[in-house]
Design a protein around this ligand. Structure first.
Ligand SMILES: N[C@H](CCC[C@H](N)C(=O)O)C(=O)O
Length: 287
């Protein structure tokens, strides 16, 4: 494969660039990530997926947000990466393990239609509700219906980790302007030492939830796999939804299943957008 080869794909409008750490001619620094993800000076993306070696799984994956920070988990990112691994015959089988910073996950390529979307299932690991492990600095054992106040606006928050940290706020109605105003402030609230992903969730019924998302290190995105897993876990824990639920986001929907010991299964589509070579004039702009 040519040096600095990349692909770009999207999972429900949440887009990622995939590159191979053994095939780039530059160090993937924070500045490189920010430039490549910038829509004006680079390709534009909600993040970078870096293929790495793994001693404990079939393949390794590092996940980077557009601000240069590294994420422990990404649901759409994992589905995009697994499609890439299968389509480019890096792993011949349709089931394999991927090592991420937030733990090892099992992926299954469900359906592949030439020139159409690929349906992929990822076992995303276990939801963790312990407040210290998320991490948060709340004193309570778990962060369930805790009140935080931001600019004299109070929010009832429920926090969970699915490898990466999430703050779920249940709403009667969803307002994009509201999450764009308060999302960044909640993301960086002082009780979240590693920052946090933020979701406003509206329960349609026990089988259907609508979401708006403000992602840690990425901002407002059209969809988020780990956010979908986090919201489903929180609402299931409250007994408000069934164990299988459809999560509806602006970019599309995901099927989430939560089993009795909080293991989470996520299924959804991925489509490739393009492939190409990072030009030396882009690379020289961040060296
Ligand atoms: N911004 C997230 C990672 C990407 C999550 C999202 N794109 C997904 O599909 O799960 C974080 O810093 O934890």
């Amino acid at each position: 494969m040519e040096k600095n080869f990349f692909i770009k794909s999207q999972g429900l409008g949440n887009e990622y660039i995939v590159i191979d750490e053994n095939n780039i001619t530059f160090p993937l620094t924070e500045k490189a990530i920010q430039k490549i993800c910038n829509v004006n000076f680079g390709i534009g993306s909600d993040g970078i997926l870096l293929k790495t070696k793994s001693d404990s799984a079939d393949i390794g994956l590092k996940i980077f947000n557009p601000d240069g920070s590294e994420a422990e988990k990404s649901g759409n990112g994992l589905r995009i990466f697994c499609k890439y691994v299968y389509d480019y015959k890096i792993i011949p089988q349709k089931e394999f393990m991927v090592e991420t910073k937030g733990g090892k996950v099992h992926a299954t390529i469900q359906e592949t239609h030439e020139e159409r979307a690929t349906l992929i299932t990822v076992d995303m690991g276990q939801a963790i509700f312990n407040s210290k492990q998320i991490p948060t600095t709340f004193n309570s054992e778990e962060v369930q219906d805790e009140i935080i106040s931001i600019d004299n606006q109070e929010f009832l928050v429920n926090c969970v980790s699915v490898g990466n940290p999430h703050c779920v706020i249940i709403k009667k109605n969803l307002d994009i302007e509201e999450i764009k105003k308060y999302g960044p402030k909640i993301e960086s609230f002082y009780k979240f030492p590693n920052r946090i992903n933020v979701q406003f969730a509206k329960i349609i019924n026990r089988d259907e939830v609508q979401l708006l998302i403000w992602e840690r290190g990425a901002g407002f995105t059209l969809a988020s796999g780990s956010s979908s897993c986090a919201v489903a876990s929180v609402l299931r824990k409250k007994g408000l939804i069934n164990r299988q639920v459809t999560i509806k986001m602006l970019g599309g929907e995901l099927e989430i299943e939560i089993n009795d010991n909080w293991q989470i299964r996520m299924t959804g589509e991925v489509r490739q957008i393009c492939e190409g070579i990072l030009h030396e004039e882009l690379i020289n702009s961040f060296l």
